[in-house]
Ligand binder design. Structure first.
Ligand code: NAD
Ligand code: LMR
Length: 338
């Protein structure tokens, strides 16, 4: 067990009372896989989020150290650590948002689908815990291959009778972050002012940036369109190759995940007009899951937006994306059903 001083019950009570007096909205957030490359940076960023009152850090290794370290930050959230399967239930009970970056990352030469055999089982176990301990929570699923792990999570929740499609979101925020950055570079704009919708899924050709819908409105030459689309689709591989065996994107992912989690919390708080791209249950295409813009609210993904008008290049990309997505979704669904 984690040393008692890491989870001081009296201090915690006093801090929670203080917070209640101040009337500050506080959400309880768990990170599963919190000692990993993404998990640690994400824990840091969530500890800095004023909407978070309690932060649970769960992993099968090293969570006591990460918890001790993060808990010394002088920000509001109370941090508690949980180590190993026997502590999963305690980590999940009472949570409002569960973010899952648990699982193995790619090495050079691998596709995200090559992670399926290991990560599918990890996601199943963690989602079984969610269904049992916090069935109404909002789940942000980061573990790859997202195109399959989200269908896995959905089937686990269906089996447990807890499935709420609005509350299960595959995290594709890094694709949007990359798209805004690369488009900003080409246009000579601050990426903060750029908004690129990225739809489809989260692997290779399933990542479909809609460059015809970039804000502020602009146009690209065919060469720019080709360069940007490929760079956004291959952004993950670019980092995997640069890290040369030491893993995949962790820092930019933690940044994107923290922004996305913050958007989910603002939605839960009742803020209006919170819109982000995510891989969700969808009727936008014939596929059961698809990434597109969604409006986040108290119920989770309250509205899934249509794709809007696509140009010829994007229509061709959409057909390619759907073909690969259909297989990845089916593979995830079969993992639980069969
Ligand atoms: P990492 O190996 O650094 O960390 C993963 C962590 O998960 C480790 O600390 C490990 O102990 C933990 N873990 C393993 N099994 C677990 C279990 N059963 N319960 C709880 N924790 C468990 O890997 P990383 O770089 O942080 O990447 C994690 C995952 O995120 C990978 O699958 C990676 O492909 C994926 N990823 C997704 C995106 C995205 O855009 N959705 C971006 C980057 C990485
Ligand atoms: C990413 O897009 O960076 C992640 O999905 C990790 C990977 O394997 O590329």
């Amino acid at each position: 067990r984690i040393a008692a001083h890491l989870n001081p019950p009296n201090f915690e009570l006093r801090r929670e009372e203080c917070r209640a007096k101040g009337g500050a909205p506080g959400f309880k957030v768990a990170i599963l896989g919190a000692a990993g490359g993404i998990g640690q940076s994400l824990a840091l960023l969530m500890k800095m989020n004023p909407l978070v009152s309690v932060l649970h850090l769960y992993d099968v290794v090293n969570s006591p150290g990460v918890t001790a370290d993060i808990s010394h930050m002088d920000t509001t959230a109370v941090v508690r650590g949980f180590l190993g399967q026997p502590q999963l239930e305690a980590a999940l009970t009472g949570m409002d948002l569960v973010v899952i970056p648990a699982g193995v990352p790619r090495k050079p030469g691998m596709t995200r689908d090559d992670l399926f055999n290991i990560n599918a089982g990890i996601v199943r176990t963690l989602c079984e815990g969610v269904a049992k301990c916090c069935p109404n929570v909002v789940v942000n699923l980061i573990s790859n291959p997202v195109n399959s792990t989200v269908p896995i999570a959905a089937e686990v929740f269906k089996k447990a009778g807890t499935y709420n499609p609005k509350r299960l979101l595959g995290v594709t925020a890094l694709d949007v972050t990359r798209a805004n950055t690369f488009v900003g570079e080409v246009l000579g704009l601050d990426p903060k002012t750029v908004d690129v919708p990225v739809v489809g899924g989260h692997a290779g050709v399933t990542i479909l940036p809609l460059l015809s819908q970039v804000k502020p409105p602009c146009s690209f030459t065919p060469e720019e369109t080709e360069y940007l689309t490929k760079r956004i689709q291959d952004g993950g591989t670019e980092v995997v190759q640069a890290k040369a065996g030491a893993g995949s994107a962790t820092l930019s992912m933690a940044y994107a995940a923290a922004k996305f989690a913050d958007a989910c919390l603002r939605g839960l708080k009742g803020d209006a007009g919170v819109v982000e791209c995510a891989f969700v249950a969808s009727e936008v295409t014939e596929l059961p899951f698809f990434a597109s813009k969604v409006r986040l609210g108290r119920a989770g993904a309250e509205e899934v937006y249509q794709l809007g008008p696509l140009n010829e290049y994007e229509r061709i990309g959409l057909e390619k994306a759907k073909k690969e997505l259909a297989e990845s979704i089916q593979k995830g669904t079969n993992f639980i059903k069969k």
